[in-house]
Write a protein that binds this ligand. Structure first.
Ligand code: SAH
Length: 255
């Protein structure tokens, strides 16, 4: 008997940002596989077996999930945000390249979720109104010179640039370097947003001029999404002194 494997995006944290399709897929699961904190976000219920694991072993976790599905289980692999954005869906397909015969008939699906950059953008206003680029700043899975080359290209092309995985204990200086690089392509007062723990109880949002953001780089953490504005990105005032960050849809000549 062959089972199924659904890779599910749990969204950024607010349970109201879980899609009905993702909820239905979670309700149908017999087994839950994922990094501990994400597994912890799914309510316990009778008949649901939980397999929480350490974050560093994505491929092993994917193989384990495929084995469970091949044995007939209905497996839900969970990721925060969207499972296809720097997350488990790619690990599942990478594991599948091993082409083990017992995995051949597993029914694999991916259920999308709201990714961090979209949640952060909605809280900020509309910073993604123009073209934007999304990068992971982590050099765990790619060399740092690849990160800087891609970042330079995106900045030079005047994209709004969203940085996932901006900083961690093991990678303390990379965000500062990235923002220094941004200073070569953007004005000192270009807006930079630090959007932290969006959709969770400890949500915190700051918009700083680039020069100040560079000084504040080490105040970001692993739960922070960093957004560097394009040349047209700016703020506009709303009710109660609130300021919205937005990027106009139209672009003239590139600076
Ligand atoms: N699959 C996830 C991203 C995983 S990479 C998604 O689609 O959102 C992990 C990075 O995502 C974090 O370092 C942070 O940059 C960002 N992130 C995830 N959840 C977030 C949240 N609630 N608020 C802000 N950033 C978040």
């Amino acid at each position: 008997m062959t089972g199924s494997l659904t890779v599910i995006g749990l969204g950024p944290g607010d349970p109201r940002w879980l899609t009905p399709a993702a909820t239905a897929a979670l309700d149908a699961a017999t087994d839950l596989v994922g990094y501990g904190p994400y597994v912890g976000r799914v309510a316990e219920r009778a008949g649901l077996v939980r397999h929480a694991s350490d974050n560093r072993v994505e491929l092993d976790r994917a193989r384990h999930a495929l084995d469970l599905a091949a044995a007939g289980r209905a497996v839900a692999v969970v990721s925060g945000g969207d499972p296809g954005v720097f997350a488990m869906a790619a690990a599942v397909f990478e594991a599948l390249e091993d082409a083990r015969p017992e995995w051949a008939s597993v029914d694999i699906r991916v259920e999308p979720g709201i990714t961090a950059v979209l949640a952060a953008a909605a809280k900020l206003g509309a910073p993604l109104g123009g073209d934007f680029a999304v990068m992971s700043l982590s050099d765990n899975l790619k060399p740092w010179d690849v990160v800087t080359r891609r970042l330079e290209a995106a900045l030079a092309a005047d994209f709004v640039v969203a940085l996932y995985n901006p900083i961690s204990k093991a990678r303390p200086w990379q965000l500062g370097e990235a923002l220094k690089l941004a200073g070569r392509h953007r004005a000192a007062d270009a807006p930079v947003a630090f959007a932290r723990a969006i959709g969770r109880a400890d949500e915190a949002i700051r918009v700083l001029p680039l020069a100040e953001a560079e000084m504040a780089a080490t105040t970001a953490d692993m739960a922070t999404l960093v957004l560097i504005g394009a040349s047209g990105t700016r703020t506009v005032g709303g009710a109660d002194g609130r300021r919205f960050l937005y990027t106009p849809r139209s672009v003239g000549r590139m600076p």
